[in-house]
Design a protein. Structure first.
Length: 243
């Protein structure tokens, strides 16, 4: 399909380039550092869907050779985050609605099962982590930070899986989440009314504490089904971001 290029801004990439330099001082190879940084920029929508990027631009911004950039492009294309068109260029992929729905469907089935397990038994350590997470979500609502709220949302759900000894299942879910996560990030950044999201999380924790599996599962289903409603609104508001 045709893309309308939205050239990435230098001001948006420079902080990431500085971050990459810091990563290189650690254990990351140049290839891994470029890959991790670009993926974060795409998932956080700092590189929006449809953005045109080039090996030359990225290598200059990040002060690395073209080889690690080329290898990173290949990995990101394999994950569905970049589209490479010979003789035309490379673009951040549009958000594919069918893949958003498929990832949501998988998450709903697995998370409903996991929260039922959590209602049977859930370690005190993870329960404390959930309560601390809720407190940080509340703080984030007072001083809105889209990326931070997204991270806290992810942390909340991953803690449920960890508490049920299902961390590997959570890792598998992440492999299908790239399009869903971008739509979630878009939702959080376009509307800072996060009260309902936080209240749903709080009600889930209460249901777990009360060993109320039926209520917990219903809450999880309603929580993840919001993606369907949100997606329709986002498509109307940002039609150029979706495929």
């Amino acid at each position: 399909m045709e893309y309308t290029p939205k050239l990435s801004s230098k001001s948006g990439l420079l902080p990431a380039a500085n971050s990459l330099s810091s990563m290189n001082k650690q254990s990351y190879s140049a290839r891994d550092a470029v890959y991790v940084t670009l993926k974060k920029l795409i998932l956080s929508l700092k590189l929006p869907p449809g953005t045109a990027i080039s090996e030359k631009e990225i290598s200059l911004e990040f002060q690395v050779s073209r080889t690690p950039v080329r290898e990173s492009f290949v990995r990101l294309a394999q994950e569905g985050l970049l589209e490479v068109y010979p003789q035309r260029g490379t673009y951040v992929s549009l958000i594919q609605v069918d893949l958003v729905e498929e990832a949501r469907f998988m998450r709903e089935q697995l998370e409903r099962a996991v929260i039922r397990l959590a209602c049977e038994t859930f370690p005190d350590e993870q329960m404390i982590a959930l309560e601390q997470n809720l407190a940080r979500q509340q703080e984030c609502k007072i001083k809105p930070d889209d990326e931070r709220m997204f991270q806290l949302d992810e942390e909340f759900h991953s803690t449920l899986f960890a508490g049920c000894n299902k961390s590997n299942t959570w890792t598998v879910i992440q492999q299908m989440n790239v399009h869903l996560n971008r739509s979630r990030m878009l939702r959080l950044s376009s509307d800072h009314q996060w009260d309902h999201l936080i209240e749903q999380h709080r009600s889930m924790v209460l249901a777990i504490q009360q060993h109320d599996a039926q209520t917990a599962e219903r809450l999880m289903q309603e929580h993840l089904h919001l993606t369907v409603t949100d997606l329709a609104v986002l498509q109307d508001t940002y039609p150029s971001y979706f495929q």
